[in-house]
Ligand binder design. Sequence first.
Ligand SMILES: NC(=O)c1ccc[n+]([C@@H]2O[C@H](COP(=O)([O-])OP(=O)(O)OC[C@H]3O[C@@H](n4cnc5c(N)ncnc54)[C@H](OP(=O)(O)O)[C@@H]3O)[C@@H](O)[C@H]2O)c1
Length: 316
Amino acid sequence: MFHIHPPTCVILSLHTRSHAIQCGSNDNIAKLYAAITFAPAILVSTANAINATKLALGRRRDQIRVQSGTAAVAAAAKRSKLGMKPVALVTGANRGIGQEACKHLAKHGFTAILTSRDLAKGERVAAELQSAGLDIIYMPLDVTSAASIEQLAADVKAAFGRLDVLVNNAAVYLDEGVSVFDVPIDAFRVTFETNFYGPLLLCRAFMPLMIERHYGRIINVSSEYGSLAHMGGYTAAYKLSKTALNGLTRTLAAEARRFGDIKVNALCPGWVRTEMGGQHAPRSVQDPMADVLWLATLPADGPTGGFFRDKQPIPW
Ligand SMILES: NC(=O)c1ccc[n+]([C@@H]2O[C@H](COP(=O)([O-])OP(=O)(O)OC[C@H]3O[C@@H](n4cnc5c(N)ncnc54)[C@H](OP(=O)(O)O)[C@@H]3O)[C@@H](O)[C@H]2O)c1
């Protein structure tokens, strides 16, 4: 629902953009866009801060006043703009290693942007973590959508004007144990879209923010399965997508050197108990967190273009 008070402002009080669409109110969305386009001021007042902000930010950034639901974003943005807090963004963070990485980074001085392709899941998890006192905000992201990545980069730039750490964590694992002869080619494509092209586009979208400040840390969450040195049969789509991600890590690290203190490393978390790793994995989601924090906070003379597990280099 929204109310128009021309000519002074538009009040966005819908819960979410998608919620409004679910209500069958395409007409309302059209009116909303029109109202945002023509209103001289926008007041955001919604339970779902980010989506309303996102809707509005792209259009009338200089005229937005943030209220209530957007307080978390506004407060986080203020802190980071005052130089008090670095900002980290984690992909695929509604569960598993990504969620733990957000928690860990927030506990260690970062404003963590928790992203998830599923809006409801992402908001729920972020709200739980916020209520536990963590400086975490939610922003939507489907890593297979170039438009979603571009929108996210615009939103982060508008809200924070910086990104210190990018954790490319989101991935799919669709062909466990399947022979390379049998993996449907579409499974290869989806796997590469998610595990390789997603990180590639994210690096390209966020490197400009890092280059502006001559600083950045990119962590590509990879897997020893992608190691050519250890390459075995089966699960080829997943393994080769991580091989490609490792290659991206090397080439990006080499190019990033000329822009200042920007480091790009690949991390193998080991075999971890998550939906992907299954319940019999020996490691917990906490186990790779020392590596995440280490790579996120590397000093200027720290490594770049490396592949690590437990802070030790592992073979490509
Ligand atoms: N667990 C292990 O043993 C292990 C071992 C080696 C490497 N890794 C790597 O560690 C990382 C995290 O794995 P995990 O074990 O935490 O996996 P997980 O529990 O399966 O979580 C994967 C995450 O990626 C998200 N995701 C998938 N496709 C996406 C898309 N198109 N856009 C945005 N998000 C998407 C999932 O979101 P949805 O909930 O929406 O599906 C989920 O949040 C991955 O890169 C994985 O390859 C894991």
